[in-house]
Design a protein around this ligand. Sequence first.
Ligand code: SF4
Ligand code: SF4
Length: 395
Amino acid sequence: MKEKKNLGRREFLKNSIVGAFGGGVYLSSLNSSPLIKTFSEKNKSEAQKEVEVEYRKLGKIDFKASLLGFGAMITSDPAVLAKALDMGINYVDTSRGYQRGKNEIMVGKVIKSRRKEVFLTTKTTLKGTNEILSDAEESLRALDTDYIDSYLIKSLGVRANIFDERGLNALEKLKKDGKVRYVGTSVHSNEAEVVNAMVDSGFYDLVTVRYNFRSDEKLEKALERAHDAGIAVVAMKPMGGRGGKGFDVGYKNKELNHFQAALKWVMNKKFMCSTIPSITSFKQLDENFNTMGMDLTWSDRKILYEFARATDKLYCRACDVCSGVCPDNVNISEIMRYLMYAEGYGELELGRDSYNSLSFSERASNCINCDKCVVTCPNKLNVHERMVRAHSMLA
Ligand code: SF4
Ligand code: SF4
């Protein structure tokens, strides 16, 4: 693909138009980054010959991670992960709960013979100190490894959780015992507040954060602050919705699709150390891999603008404004996330598993016969319609 290298970064910066399109799409402040590029020729297929892996330092952590990491959450085929490692991808993200524990086992088998090459991240949820410690032991067993590079507590949606002593004590002990090298969080909602709290705490090494072209300036500033403080910033959900009914806007460009444009948008942020899109197939792997090193063009911005306009009323920004508003206690933002798995990412099984892990009282069954929804979403999502759809699709 000629586009990858023909337009130099300096030239690009000179020509690029910086600004917001509106419509909830924040597309400003592109930056180039100092990149370290190495990729052994012998590992390249014909199709990958022009692509060089970009490595960026993980904040204060002594490791250079591939800018394209591997989100293993829904990967079932170990050969896809093995090929990614062959291609030079060295950042792998999993979690205790993914695929009911099977995902860690799969990841562990693939990385076993090349453990030192890989920066391995896994996670648990916030709970009692002893429970977190026992989750970590489970993860070590499942992953068949002596240490986890980065251990995260996930979904810490409010500032107070960052300072919760149960989590801090567990993470500190794991580090002290050498079972975990670095600690962090993964953030799905209220991202700016949580990231700023992480910086204030001075405790954490790494954050994986939901970040894409739909994210706002407040979050960008928080991530820049985290980066400046030496926290490694890793983007999850960098596509802002992928595949699935309602998210297929039928973009027809033969050389590039809107998912690549979205990934480019994130990769072009200088504070971003790595990205972890979910990768389930060789096709996705190649598509994402080929995006590395590409500059973001005006045409990409146009694609993203169109994509955002077509899907804006389906995309929950997890702002949590709806939290606690429903008199029936429906857990709207979590259910929106699970609906996104099914609709936005085409992962129906994951959406169903997640939905059915909610308690009955949190599910959307009451929405079906609810005459008047009292919840107003500032981002213009039709909460009643979305909840009814989620329940009929996922229950
Ligand atoms: S449904 Fe709307 S209000 Fe609720 S979290 Fe999503 S974007 Fe925010
Ligand atoms: S439709 Fe009714 S039950 Fe469902 S979220 Fe809205 S207020 Fe709650």
